[in-house]
Design a binder for this molecule. Structure first.
Ligand code: EPU
Length: 419
């Protein structure tokens, strides 16, 4: 079991290069199942979730070649099964994209139910409602979601909640359906747009991604043969921006799309942190006096829920009392108890974290309770006085490429210890 050991209280300084977006990659790779041929995908982040998915695709019959560390060629010609049982997908949270992709390809899919995750139950009722609207019969039995259709026919689908997963899954299922599918109240996250762009580059006809109405005109086949480059990771970029601010550092984050960072940039500036940006970079210059702030996480373009735990660490250093209202996930507060062990003063009231600024955090042994909580723990360790040991690093490895190497280049005293 690995742990990260950090000696904190040093400002992060320098430049960091952001990897491809995890939440785009975990959808683009299953989307390649829809292509009866090959596609080349660049800017693929080298993270655990991606490696697991590549493995799953190989087990389904795809051939995957690595062109270089971050580029893969997927050949889905010989996919020979529509079934992804529990054994195959048990360590993958985003397995639900296999449902939409296999259903779109074979009109049939059997995928183990994704079940709970590190911060609570993750329902897929909106995915199922959408598949049914396209003409599929969907049953959940023996731990599997089974979807079957004589044919898939485009329809109008109104999502009751704004769901990234359901929006993408319905695009996958609809891309080769007969007629036009209209997804209303669709999610607008950058990775939703990225999946639509990927599918369009392979021959799909999807319009409106990035707005709340997406129209998918079914095509008979996806030709493939093209190369697609995944967008930079909005959440990784945000993590480094927050780490710079929390350590009173000066970091230029490269390979970002500043537009995707607007909600964070605005909040940082409100907190008295300097932010300067160019076409594909953002520089964050932290200082000693951080203003309190009130934040509510919301679907894009709102403040991202995945930056909630890292931001909570930053607000521990602010003057006065701040709040973070969680507007997406009910149970995203496990990180609070760990931070309290470092001297944070946080109370959780329903879906609101009330954070009282403290003069300093102090290093302690703590646990990553999920991916973004893990990133938050690392930021806390970097900002704290003394030594912090972070356990359960496997969560961080799921979603951040070369996390500690990137931090070390910024001057952090961080190392991985295998016990
Ligand atoms: N929801 C439903 N029914 C559904 C689907 C979702 O009620 O059928 C609810 C959820 O319970 C939640 C809300 O809708 O309250 C939003 O869920 P969404 O479907 O948008 O989340 P997701 O697609 O499962 C993705 C990211 C998460 C990120 C959320 C919100 C991936 C692989 N995961 O999850 O990222 O928190 O969107 O932006 O894209 C992470 O990267 O650490 C992570 C957890």
């Amino acid at each position: 079991m690995d742990k990260l050991v950090i000696n904190g209280n040093r400002p992060l300084c320098g430049e960091v290069y952001v990897s491809g977006a995890k939440n785009a990659a975990v959808a683009v790779i299953p989307a390649a199942l829809l292509i009866e041929g090959t596609c080349r995908i660049e800017n693929v982040p080298g993270i655990k979730d991606v490696r697991i998915l590549e493995d799953i695709l190989t087990q389904l019959g795809a051939r995957i070649e690595f062109d270089d560390k971050n580029s893969i060629v997927i050949d889905s010609q010989n996919i020979n099964t529509y079934s992804a049982p529990y054994d195959m997908i048990k360590s993958m949270r985003a397995s639900y994209y296999l449902l939409g992709a296999l259903l779109g390809r074979f009109k049939r899919a059997e995928v183990a139910f994704p079940g709970g995750c590190d911060f609570g139950f993750r329902p897929i009722d909106q995915h199922i409602k959408g598949f049914e609207a396209l003409g599929a019969r969907v049953e959940v039995e023996h731990g599997l979601v089974k979807a079957y259709a004589e044919k898939l026919v485009g329809n109008k689908i109104y999502l009751d909640v704004v769901s990234v997963g359901a929006t993408i899954n319905l695009m996958l299922a609809a891309v080769k359906a007969e007629g036009t599918t209209v997804i209303e109240n669709a999610a607008k996250e950058p990775h939703v747009v990225d999946i639509a762009n990927f599918l369009n580059s392979m021959g799909a006809n999807i319009k409106g991604a990035g707005t709340d109405v997406i129209k998918v005109k079914g095509v008979s086949a996806l030709s493939g043969g093209a190369t697609y480059s995944i967008i930079p990771d909005q959440i990784e970029a945000g993590t480094f921006m927050i780490a710079a601010a929390a350590t009173a550092g000066d970091v230029t984050v490269r390979n970002v799309i500043p537009k995707h960072m607007e909600s964070l940039t605005a909040k940082l500036m409100e907190m008295n942190i300097q932010v300067v940006q160019g076409e594909d970079w953002i520089r964050v210059i932290g200082g000693d006096r951080i203003q309190k702030a009130n934040i509510k996480t919301l679907p894009y373009p709102g403040f991202p829920t995945d930056l909630h735990p890292p931001t909570a660490v930053l607000l521990c250093r602010a003057e006065g009392t701040s709040t973070i209202t969680e507007g997406v996930w009910d149970q995203r507060f496990q990180y609070v108890d760990e931070l309290k062990r470092m001297g944070a003063k946080i109370k959780v009231e329903g879906r609101i974290a009330v954070i009282e600024g403290v003069p300093r955090l102090t290093g302690a042994p703590i646990s990553a309770t999920d991916l973004r909580a893990g990133a938050a723990m690392a930021i806390a360790g970097l900002a704290a006085e003394g030594r912090t040991e972070i356990y359960n690093v496997k969560y961080i490895d799921r979603g951040y490429e070369n996390f500690e190497e990137k931090l070390r280049k910024l001057g952090a005293d961080i190392r991985r210890v295998t016990e």
